[in-house]
Design a protein around this ligand. Structure first.
Ligand code: FAD
Length: 469
């Protein structure tokens, strides 16, 4: 295995200081600030579920305390509990499991995030790209295996994907991507404008790149399914409990609003919501992104779209859209830009401008849907690193601070890989997961404000400019 990516390692003496800021004065976030008109909360029943009781004891003890009950926290709990059934493992979740990005996303379960595989190929060469693709594909395998062995139901639909060219110039990128993917061994096809017209009944796009790189699922069902599996493995889950700080040491001290937990190991699984608690504040940008869903489409409406192969879709713009069909034939349509708020503030979840831009764009792609009802509108916060790659591993003088963060828009599957890798590191196994080149790296340092906000704004403009060629 190579050490391709140029990042600081988790063993670096500054890693803990950069990633765990225990004296952060700000209070942790309330995830409930967000729009809750979320389709997946309804389909999974999360919106009606009573949260588990909070952790109210003044002092408690755990072998492993996991902060955050999203997919990273739940996946870590799953693999840790399977590997170490006698350990006391607890999850502390500020809202409810799945209430963060994990239950709010588009439900794309990436197999190979093509643009990342291409980026790794261009920066580090063929072997690194192959290793990256093999590694990232394990996420979907883990989900399939839980469906088979643990009765997980998450409405997984194994679709093909189409990336849609917004402007003619993007077709030449597809040809280049195909050439690279051929070398790596990932099958792709470049299609012309007529193919898109026939397949999707839209005139907007100039062609497409087809691949089997992303399936779709119901992300909140995945979270709730995992929650009940890990509870059956004796993991204790406390909800409505916010961690206020983490103090490193051989025995870690984890403070909640009510009390403190002594733990031999901690897993930081707070991703984009962590910055307010000082967790990965210097390495993870919280970006807010929005999704809408239509009413279930009638037979006639479905017929007017084509979309018979139910591809998962995305376009090539910087503020790209991602969209797919739900199991009851709604269009779930997200993207159209992400917001970063000064000082890592979380959005109120109510950015009407972006939501209405989403609605307009849907009709621009398919004017034949005029009059279709938008039944759900919601937002969520994802975690982005400066180099757009995830980071997971273990750090600290006592090698007891585990973490998984920063998957950009591909956390549904990356979080599974992160959770499994964390368990392999905890049990000191030497496997392809623990030797992977992103394992035990920390995200590049993001400059403080005001440079962070200004840098983000200019970087987006730069990308938009470059995307025209
Ligand atoms: C709108 C949107 C669309 C997306 N679409 C996709 C997609 O289609 N496919 C894909 O792969 N990825 C997508 N993503 C990204 C993906 O959802 C995330 O990468 C993934 O869910 C991250 O999981 P996580 O468990 O690390 O973090 P989260 O799910 O964000 O969980 C973090 C948890 O930590 C808790 N927490 C935070 N602070 C504290 C504290 N102080 N104390 C206790 N608990 C705390 C939060 O309440 C939260 O539940 C999308 C994200 C968004 C927002």
């Amino acid at each position: 295995m190579g050490t391709y990516i140029k990042r600081k390692l988790a063993s670096d003496s500054s890693a803990v200081k950069n990633c765990i800021i225990s004296k952060e004065p700000a209070m942790p976030p309330w995830t409930s600030e967000f729009y809750v008109n979320n389709l997946w909360f309804e389909t999974s029943g999360l919106h009606e579920q009573k949260p588990n009781p909070p952790l109210l004891e003044r002092k408690s003890r755990a072998d492993i305390a996991i902060i955050g009950g999203g997919l990273t926290g739940l996946a870590s709990a799953y693999h840790l509990a399977k590997a170490e059934p006698s350990k006391k493992i607890i999850i502390i979740e500020a809202g409810q499991c799945g209430y963060g990005a994990s239950g709010r996303n588009g439900g794309f379960a990436a197999i190979y995030p093509l643009n990342h595989v291409q980026g790794i190929f261009e920066s580090y060469g063929l072997e690194a790209a192959k290793e990256y693709a093999t590694f990232s594909a394990q996420g979907i395998e883990i989900i399939r295996s839980m469906m088979k062995n643990d009765d997980l139901n998450c409405d997984l639909e194994e679709t093909k994907s189409l990336e849609l060219a917004e402007i003619p110039a993007h077709m030449k990128h597809f040809v280049k991507t195909k050439r690279i993917m051929d070398k790596i061994g990932i099958e792709t096809k470049v299609h012309d404008r007529d193919f898109v017209k026939q397949t999707l009944s839209t005139n907007l796009f100039h062609g497409a790149l087809e691949s089997r790189t992303s399936s779709v699922l119901d992300p909140a069902k995945l979270c709730l399914g995992l929650k009940s599996i890990v509870e059956s493995l004796n993991v204790e889950i406390y909800e409505s409990t916010r961690i206020t700080s983490v103090e490193p040491g051989k025995i870690l001290k984890i403070y909640t609003e009510f009390g403190e937990i002594d733990a031999d190991a901690v897993v930081i699984a707070t991703n984009g919501y962590g910055a307010k608690t000082g967790l990965f504040k210097n390495g993870v940008f919280p970006l807010t992104n929005y999704v809408i869903a239509t009413e279930p489409l009638s037979k006639e409406q479905m017929g007017s779209l084509g979309w018979e192969e139910r591809h998962s879709l995305a376009d090539t713009r910087v503020n790209f859209n991602y969209y797919r069909l739900s199991s009851d034939n709604r269009i779930v349509f997200g993207g159209e830009g992400s917001s970063y708020f000064f000082g890592n503030r979380l959005s109120s979840g109510n950015e009407k401008k972006l939501i209405s831009a989403l609605e307009k764009r849907l009709l621009k792609i398919w004017p034949q849907l005029e009059g279709v009802k938008i039944t759900h509108r919601w937002g969520g916060t994802l975690g982005i690193t400066l180099d757009h790659e995830p980071a997971f591993g273990v750090m600290g003088d006592h090698k007891n601070i585990y973490y998984g963060v920063g998957y950009s828009g591909d956390g549904v599957t990356w979080a599974q890989v992160a959770g499994k890798t964390i368990s392999r590191l905890y049990t000191k196994q030497d496997t392809d997961l623990t030797r992977f080149f992103l394992t035990n790296t920390i995200p590049p340092r993001i400059p403080p404000e005001p440079f962070r906000k200004v840098g983000h704004t200019f970087y987006r403009r730069y990308l938009e400019f470059m995307n025209r060629f």
